[in-house]
Design a protein around this ligand. Structure first.
Ligand code: ADP
Ligand code: MG
Ligand code: MG
Length: 889
């Protein structure tokens, strides 16, 4: 097989073989842009090398053949003493791993050719500067000498010459430095710096191969989910020189602003420098627009090339370039990374210009980015230097008083204060404090630490691993870069940027959120560009998606918001929230009833209240379906806490008083109903089957609400959903009662009140017997939270804090199955239920109402599984719409 391609032979489509850098260098060459000539050794050669420890057969001959072509074209030979051809040897994998692998410049210089280079360039200083760069890079990268030793030697030399930077060292100084470096190499390795150019080249190639398995590269791949077995290509390229004097230099340039997406060149330029100096920040680079006055000709050329690149790639490009004595060379390009704002802005603009199709535009944005754009942020004009930086573990902006333990967080929050919980790292016992806090800040731990996982699960702002913090819980303070922050001082945590600031930074509402709140109508104030972009992407997503998007909402307010956000109905209206608050004494009365009469009285009192709830929601969702779930949680959730009651009674007795009779009755009921495992106990449809009158009351309330809306000329579409069904028998019995009550209300009101009756599929048994369950169900709605709990045997309320961080760290799963659907297990049950349910009833309507309904990756799964809709929290509705559109492309 062939292992080497000239830049003139490859192209963008060959990124798998040539790596991203090599493929794009070839593409630019093909486009006629000025690229220094070169060749690329394939990733396959690297894979062979890594597997066998040997270069593949014939590689060096192949390299020699291609090198001869380069030499012929340039009229110089590699390392030729009087006028040497010099080469760079550059890594470049399939997926960009910026700065993670090695690159060696100026291959071909030695004690002789450095003189030749000085003579032809008429610049001694430049030649020695290039040579010392080679010895330094080769010494550390190829020969394994600790890079710091070279840096120390350079620093010592600068100090003794009183040179503020490397430009103040002259040729003699640099020649001395080369000597020092060579001695260093001899001392550290017992070996000479190799003088032979071909030996330099081949050892450099091997070193680049090996850098694939360097520690930096491995860690980067793990974090970015890049496979470990791809290998890197190696680019061998003719050197061009940005360090030839003031009319030379190097820089990086974007075709647009990667932060906002606005067109125009953005970047930095460093006069009289090689490219690696720009990235390393050795001297201060100047903004690219200053190049316009320094070298107007090159500036205009660069601008033209950037335009050409963007038009060709039809996307934001990021480039590296070098100017050698007024001649511009392009050294690299790739599709540039960008913020969410820029992603939407660029996609919409290129779509408007017909450069990309609407579907392509959709592919370039995503729901995570949209969700980020919906968070409030700190007013960027007010953001100064942070106190410290850490890992942006859970996005958003939060302001609060620093507190140092969970109890203090709970205490202050209960008093109405906003707090930020600051810990070295968090543990399960910090949970109450995390719930109470606006944000969590830790000095240790990464993206899968306890703090990060739990905070993300709660949608709480979190910055973790802020190593500049020294947290001292005993002294109730932390210090960061010389500043001490004591308990109660206000700090601002930026979970999107991964930074913490002293004081309260001003927050600004997200323009995108305001846009959705205005039901997608153009806001009055001049909208930010990104708002229009988001709007156009949403319009296209809506026009192509097959999945419907509904919301989980229990109140008229939530229902109205969901509708503004584009929900096409309610997929889950929980009735348990309607049992809380001041109604709890009615609920207690129902639970405590000793006789049918007592219970009937309590249910009768609840009935009008429930009916009013449903009337409000059906009005807010007029014309759209509202799936109402019958009562689901175990009844004791509505009773007071067992321990609290027992303590109250004991206290009364200790005082010699008779305990409150009501308390005693409550405690008896609580004890009677106590369950070791309430999530698997008396709840869901089981309640309806054992508590007389409960289903009747709820269905009557729904039916009467429907009748009332009809009478008011409304268009109500209530659907009745039975939770936690295991077997068709349960559903058959409950459904008969539902139909009976519906008929009764229709008769009494003279209004049609027919409501489809369906069930949740949230237990493995239900999924496995879905074919039979569908005989009694007009629709299915997957409750993927319970289905995940019961399929995995995970108690959601316990496992996330207890052992998920450990599981994530050990790679047992990459993401919590409560966050993204587990396709292999839970997803399989979903597929079985869809297939068998539809076999029984081809028109069976199927949705999902678990948390997963708003998770981008899960939405793609539900699309593929053939569901009719997803239902999620109102704030996730736009995300689900966008992802449903992306899934349908
Ligand atoms: P990375 O992948 O880490 O960005 P590169 O292969 O791009 O590494 O090389 C680092 C720097 O070396 C580049 O920024 C570029 O400026 C410089 N460089 C690489 N090849 C050449 C060359 N042929 N001529 C001049 N400079 C080069
Ligand atoms: Mg680069
Ligand atoms: Mg459930």
């Amino acid at each position: 097989a062939r292992h080497v391609y000239d830049f003139t032979e490859g192209g963008r489509e060959m990124a798998g073989q040539l790596g991203g850098k090599g493929a794009n260098l070839a593409e630019m060459t093909r486009m006629g842009l000025p690229v220094p000539p070169g060749l690329t050794i394939t990733t396959e050669a690297c894979r062979t090398f890594l597997a066998t420890g040997e270069e593949p057969e014939g590689l060096s001959q192949e390299v020699a053949r291609h090198l001869a072509v380069l030499e012929k074209a340039s009229g110089r030979r590699l390392g030729q003493p009087n006028d040497p051809l010099l080469l760079s040897v550059r890594s470049g994998a399939r997926f960009s791993m910026p700065g993670m692998m090695e690159t060696i410049l100026d291959i071909g210089l030695n004690d002789q050719s450095v003189g030749g280079l000085a003579k032809v360039s008429r610049q001694d200083r430049f030649a020695w500067d290039s040579y010392r760069r080679l010895v330094q890079m080769f010494g550390s990268t190829v020969m394994g000498v600790d890079g710091r030793l070279f840096e120390d030697a350079l620093a010592r030399l600068k100090e003794s010459r009183h040179a503020p930077d490397d430009l103040h060292l002259d040729a003699t100084d640099l020649a001395e430095l080369v000597d020092t470096y060579q001695k260093l190499i001899r001392r550290e390795t017992g070996e000479e710096f190799p003088q032979h150019p071909t030996e330099q080249l081949h050892r450099a190639i091997r070193a680049v191969f090996e850098s694939w398995n360097g520690e930096r590269a491995r860690i980067y791949r793990l974090r970015e989910h890049i496979p470990d077995d791809l290998g890197t290509a190696v680019n061998v390229q003719t050197m061009v020189f940005g360090n030839l004097g003031p009319d030379s230099g190097s820089g990086v340039a974007f075709t647009r602003d990667p932060a906002t997406g606005r067109p125009g060149m953005y970047g930095d330029y460093l006069p009289n420098a090689q490219g690696e100096d720009v990235v390393a920040g050795i001297r201060n680079a100047v903004p690219l627009n200053e190049l316009e006055s320094l070298d107007p000709y090159s500036y205009r050329q660069l601008r033209d090339h950037l335009r050409t690149l963007e038009a060709h790639y039809r996307d934001l490009c990021d480039t590296e370039f070098t100017i050698e004595r007024g001649k511009l060379w392009m050294l690299q390009t790739r599709i540039g990374k960008r913020t969410a704002e820029a992603a939407f802005t660029i996609a919409a603009e290129l779509m408007d210009q017909d450069l990309i199709t609407p579907d392509e535009a959709l592919a370039r944005v995503n729901g995570d980015g949209l969700a980020r754009l919906m968070f409030p942020r700190f007013d960027t004009t007010a953001v100064g230097t942070p106190l410290a930086r850490g890992i942006p573990a859970s996005p958003g902006a939060a302001v609060g008083a620093a507190v140092f333990d969970s109890a203090e967080a709970v205490r202050r929050a209960a008093a109405g204060e906003k707090v930020v919980l600051v810990r070295q790292e968090t543990a399960p016992q910090d949970l109450p404090g995390m719930v109470a806090a606006q944000a969590v800040l830790t000095s240790r731990g990464g993206k899968t630490s306890h703090a990060a996982v739990v905070a993300r699960g709660m949608g709480k702002v979190c910055v973790c691993g802020a190593e500049e913090l020294t947290v001292n819980p005993e002294a109730r303070q932390f210090t960061a870069n010389g500043t001490t922050v004591t308990e109660g001082s206000v700090i601002s945590v930026d979970g999107s940027a991964g930074a913490v600031h002293l004081g309260a930074l001003p927050l600004v509402d997200s323009a995108v959120m305001k846009h959705f709140e205005a039901a997608g109508r153009r806001p009055d104030e001049p909208a930010q560009q990104v708002v229009g972009a988001v709007d156009r992407m949403m319009t296209h997503a809506d026009s192509v998606r097959r999945l419907g998007v509904r919301a989980n909402a229990d109140t008229p307010e939530d229902a109205a918001r969901a509708r503004r956000f584009g929900a096409e109905g309610i997929g889950l209206c929980r009735t348990e929230h309607m049992f809380l608050g001041e109604r709890h004494h009615l609920v207690e009365a129902m639970i405590l009833a000793r006789t049918d009469t007592e219970r009937d009285r309590a249910l009768k009192a609840l009935l009008p209240l429930q009916r009013e709830d449903f009337v409000g929601i059906l009005a807010a969702m007029d014309g759209l379906p509202v799936t109402i779930r019958l009562l689901d949680p175990p009844l004791h959730e509505f009773l007071p806490d067992r321990t609290e009651l027992a303590v109250r009674i004991a206290a009364a007795e200790a005082h010699g008083d008779t305990p409150d009779a009501h308390d005693t009755a409550l405690l008896a009921a609580v004890n009677r109903m106590h369950e070791e495992n309430p999530m698997l106990g008396l709840r869901g449809v089981r309640l309806g089957l054992v508590v007389p009158g409960l289903v009747t009351m709820q269905v009557r309330a729904i039916a009467e609400a429907v009748a009332e809306r009809r009478r008011a000329d409304g268009d109500p579409h209530a659907e009745i959903m039975v939770p936690l069904v295991d077997t068709v028998e349960e559903l058959r019995i409950v459904r008969a009662e539902v139909e009976r009550v519906l008929a009764e209300v229709a008769e009494a009101t003279g209004m049609p009140v027919d409501c489809p009756v369906g069930t949740m599929i949230e237990l493995p048994r239900a999924a496995l017997t879905a074919g039979r369950i569908a005989q009694e169900a007009a629709f299915f709605s997957f409750g993927t939270n319970d289905l995940t709990q019961t399929t995995w045997g995970f108690s959601r309320d316990d496992v996330e804090a207890a052992f998920f961080p450990a599981y994530l760290e050990q790679g047992i799963f990459k993401v919590s199955p409560f966050e993204t659907i587990d396709r292999e297990g839970v997803g399989r049950l979903v597929e079985i239920a869809v297939t068998e349910g539809r076999a029984t009833r081809p028109d069976l309507k199927i949705g999902v109402c678990g948390e997963h309904g708003g998770d981008p990756e899960s939405v793609h799964f539900f699309h593929g599984a053939g569901l009719d809709y997803v239902s999620c929290s109102p704030f996730r509705v736009p995300v689900a719409r966008l992802e449903a559109g992306r899934a349908a492309r």
